[in-house]
Structure formats: structure tokens, C-alpha cells
Design a protein around this ligand. Structure first.
Ligand code: EPZ
Length: 416
């Protein structure tokens, strides 16, 4: 298994181009299931998770070609079964459930199974499909859903679930009648998906707010569309500037998608200059400690919690980080302590006392964003840090060691 080796202590500077958003590309690729014909999607990132969903779609008979620009055609669907061995690799595979039931009238999708960061049930996806008239049974570890044609319904999400909102928005696009999603998630990736569906002919109002109205239509048509930039990747590089007293120009990003992070980095003493489609992150001096509470968008994103914790380990003072979205998203803490961090976990909060510096050591990635936070810690640590199990990071970051090396980091991948 590959490792990433980092010799820390270097100031990062230069320009980094942000890739397409993994969490936008996944539902957009799944939306191809709704139409017969060739779609063209631009700015698709080259990631393991993208390979996984394309393999899953191919198992249904969906054709796709190309890399950064992907052409995809679900004209003929020969199977509606998403097998466990594919779904267990990536829980976002659940995103095929809604489109398959809406287009084919049936779907057999493996339950995603456990995840490092929490139980992550899909009960809200299932409850909503049942409210739209689908017969849904859980059998032998699979979700078996059937419906001749879904009916519009008023859906209330107990929790603003991101993929739940995406799944039901796609299902509702071809339902008969109007569906209203209440307490819907508001992430930018949902707005991107709604824009693509609207281009396909769907009638959607309110994406990006907590009430989304979808007026079902009989058919949708193939489109050409673009995936938005990855706000989590952009945030990761901005935090790297703060941790290395660096000066990084982040291009091909959407600053308005990371306003919560920008506010927090400015509160910590960084200079963030925002432009149209780009920004500049400057870490002039040691950052100040700030308190963070993760929330659904537009609150502080849980997917940047581990990364900003890395920054807080070398800040001035005491920081309290509270994780309200997932119940087990502090796996990076014990690894950071190995690098010399001073962190105490109290329930769903971590109390971080800034230390003068971190010290390199071998550490292990446990999940996608935890691995990004350990890379950040390694960039700030003296001596060498070796990160193992980097397959976690390859799921969500495109060529991370090349992008950081281009900014002056001493970072290399060791194939193993
Ligand atoms: C999406 O996951 C993202 N993944 C996650 O990014 C992100 O962390 C998460 O949203 C929160 O922003 C994709 O978009 C592919 P949720 P999702 O449903 O949709 C509970 C990354 O690093 N819940 O919004 O699975 C759930 O347990 C990944 O790129 C239910 O209880 O998250 C969690 O506590 C990690 N029942 C909360 O809601 C349900 O049916 C939010 O989950 C659904 C969710």
C-alpha cells in the first residue's frame, strides 16, 4: 500500500488549481440514470470514488467514456442491482437508489454497511421513498424498492441529509405530481445537481434553501453540464497556508461556497483576499485559537473539521471544536497526538491547546478527511512524517502530493 512522506517546516507559496467537487460529481453522474441518451459532464475529478461510481453504473449497463470530461449514456439499463462488493467501497452508491426507482420502477441496492466516521444510516432516504409510494423492503442486507410510478409527496427530513436530499430530488423529478422536500440540505453540491436536473427538463424550485419543490415530468433529456469546484479541497489548501505561514493563490474555486471557513480563518488572523473564482490565503504569523462547531451548510463544514483541527494544534491558545454532524469523527485525534499535539476529547468536543510545534512521526490514515488533516500536520511538523493507508486520501483528493509539491512542499509518494 502506498505511503506519503513529508519533510515539514517549509513555507508554502504559489498557485493551486482546484479540481471538480467529488460530492457534486457523484450525484451528477448518478443523474444520468434518469435519461436515455448521451450526457456530457465537464470538470469531473480523477478520484477513486469516481472510478467506483462509474464501475457501479457500468454494472447496470450504463456506458461512459472520457476522464475530466465524461460522456455517459444510460439508454439501456440491463440491471437494477447495486451489489454489496461495489457499494461497500463507497456509501455514496446509495445515490443510484432514487434515480433507478424513478426511471426503471425498481432497484435492489445493498445497504452501505458501516463507516469509520459514524453509523450513517439511510433510513431517511427509505422513509421518503415510501412516502412517495414505493414499496421498500430490507432483505438480506439489500434495499429492495419497487414503484410503477412514484407519486409526489410532502417529505420532511428529520435531519438535513445531503445525499438524502439529492436522492429524493432525483426521484421526484420523474414522479407524478409535486414533491416538497422540507428541512432539505442546502449544500452547494445540491444546487449544482438541481441545475443539471433543470437543464434536463426537471421543474425544481428552492435548491439551496431548506424547502425544495419538484414538479414531476414524464421524461428528461440528456444535457451538457459542469461540476462545481471542490470547496473542501480549496479549504484544505487555505488551511495549509495558515499552518506554514505561506501565501497561496487558490484558483478555479468558488469563495462563496466556503464563507464559514473564510470567516474562521480571518478570525484566526489569516489574510484571505477573495476574487471572482479565486482567492489568496496568507498566513502571516502563528494563527490564533478559534472555536469551531460543525453544522449543515451554510455552517462550518464537517468535512473541514479535521483539517482546521490540525491548524489549531499549533495555534496560540485554547480551541474547542464540536462535531455535531457525525458521532465518531475524531479518529485523527490520536494520530495528531503522536505528532505532539495536545488534544483532549470531551464527548463530541475536542479541546486543543496549541503547542509551539509538531514533530514528525509515522501516522496512519483512518478516513478521507482525517488523512488530509495528517498531511497538513506533517507539513507543519519538524522532521519527517510518513502517512500510511493513503488510499483513503486518493478517494477525495486529486494528485495531492503533486499539488503540494508544486507549492514548495517536500512531499513524495512511496509506492508500496
Ligand atoms: C454527505 O454525506 C457527504 N458525502 C459527506 O462527505 C459529508 O460529510 C456529509 O454529507 C455531511 O455534509 C457526499 O456528499 C457523497 P448526511 P451524507 O446524510 O449525505 C444522518 C466526504 O468526506 N443521517 O448529510 O451521507 C447521518 O448519520 C464525505 O466527502 C441519518 O440519520 O451525509 C449524519 O449524522 C464524508 N439518516 C447526518 O444525518 C439518513 O437517512 C448527516 O448525514 C441520512 C443521514
Amino acid at each position: 500500500m502506498d505511503k506519503i512522506e513529508i519533510a515539514g517546516g517549509r513555507r508554502l507559496h504559489g498557485e493551486v488549481r482546484i479540481s471538480g467537487a467529488k460530492n457534486a460529481a457523484l450525484p451528477v453522474l448518478a443523474s444520468a440514470l434518469l435519461v436515455d441518451g448521451w450526457n456530457t459532464f465537464h470538470n469531473i475529478p480523477d478520484l477513486e470514488d469516481i472510478k467506483t461510481i462509474r464501475a457501479l453504473l457500468a454494472s447496470f449497463g450504463v456506458q461512459s467514456e472520457g476522464e475530466k470530461t465524461v460522456r455517459i449514456n444510460a439508454g439501456t439499463i440491463s440491471s437494477c442491482e447495486a451489489s454489496y462488493d461495489l457499494v461497500r467501497k463507497m456509501r455514496a452508491s446509495i445515490l443510484v437508489l432514487g434515480p433507478l426507482v424513478a426511471r426503471m420502477g425498481e432497484a435492489r441496492v445493498s445497504l452501505p454497511g458501516g463507516c469509520a466516521i459514524g453509523a450513517r444510516p439511510v433510513n431517511l432516504h427509505i422513509k421518503a421513498l415510501r412516502e412517495m409510494g414505493a414499496e421498500v423492503e430490507l432483505k438480506d442486507g439489500y434495499i429492495e424498492a419497487k414503484s410503477a410510478r412514484l407519486k409526489g409527496a410532502e417529505i420532511y427530513f428529520d435531519i438535513p441529509t445531503v445525499t438524502g436530499t439529492e436522492n429524493i430530488m432525483m426521484a421526484a423529478a420523474l414522479a407524478s405530481g409535486t414533491t416538497v422536500l422540507k428541512n432539505a440540505a442546502r449544500e452547494p453540491e445540491i444546487v449544482n445537481l438541481a441545475d443539471v436536473l433543470t437543464k434536463m427538463g426537471a421543474k425544481i424550485q428552492g435548491a439551496g434553501t431548506d424547502v425544495i419543490t419538484v414538479k414531476g415530468v414524464k421524461t428528461l433529456h440528456p444535457v451538457e453540464a459542469r461540476v462545481i469546484p471542490d470547496r473542501i479541497e480549496a479549504g484544505t489548501f487555505m488551511i495549509a497556508a495558515g499552518m506554514t505561514q505561506g501565501d497561496i493563490r487558490v484558483v478555479d474555486c468558488e469563495p462563496r461556497d466556503i464563507e464559514a471557513l473564510i470567516a474562521k480563518l480571518r478570525e484566526a488572523g489569516m489574510e484571505i483576499k477573495v476574487g471572482d473564482g479565486h482567492l489568496r490565503a496568507v498566513g502571516k504569523k502563528k494563527v490564533k485559537s478559534v472555536d469551531i462547531k460543525t453544522m449543515p451548510h451554510p455552517g462550518f463544514p464537517t468535512d473541514l473539521q479535521a483539517q482546521i483541527m490540525a491548524m489549531m494544534t499549533i495555534s496560540h491558545g485554547l480551541s474547542v471544536i464540536t462535531e455535531t454532524v457525525f458521532e465518531n469523527r475524531f479518529m485523527h485525534v490520536s494520530e495528531m497526538i503522536r505528532l505532539g499535539a495536545d488534544i483532549v476529547i470531551e464527548g463530541n468536543s475536542a479541546v486543543i491547546r496549541g503547542v509551539p510545534k509538531l514533530h514528525g512521526a509515522p501516522v496512519m490514515a483512518t478516513d478521507l478527511r482525517a488523512s488530509a488533516s495528517l498531511i497538513l500536520a506533517g507539513l507543519a511538523a519538524e522532521e519527517k512524517t510518513v502517512l500510511s493507508r493513503v488510499y483513503h486520501i486518493d478517494r477525495g483528493y486529486e494528485q495531492i502530493e503533486k499539488k503540494f509539491s508544486a507549492l514548495g512542499a517536500d512531499m513524495k509518494r512511496i509506492s508500496g
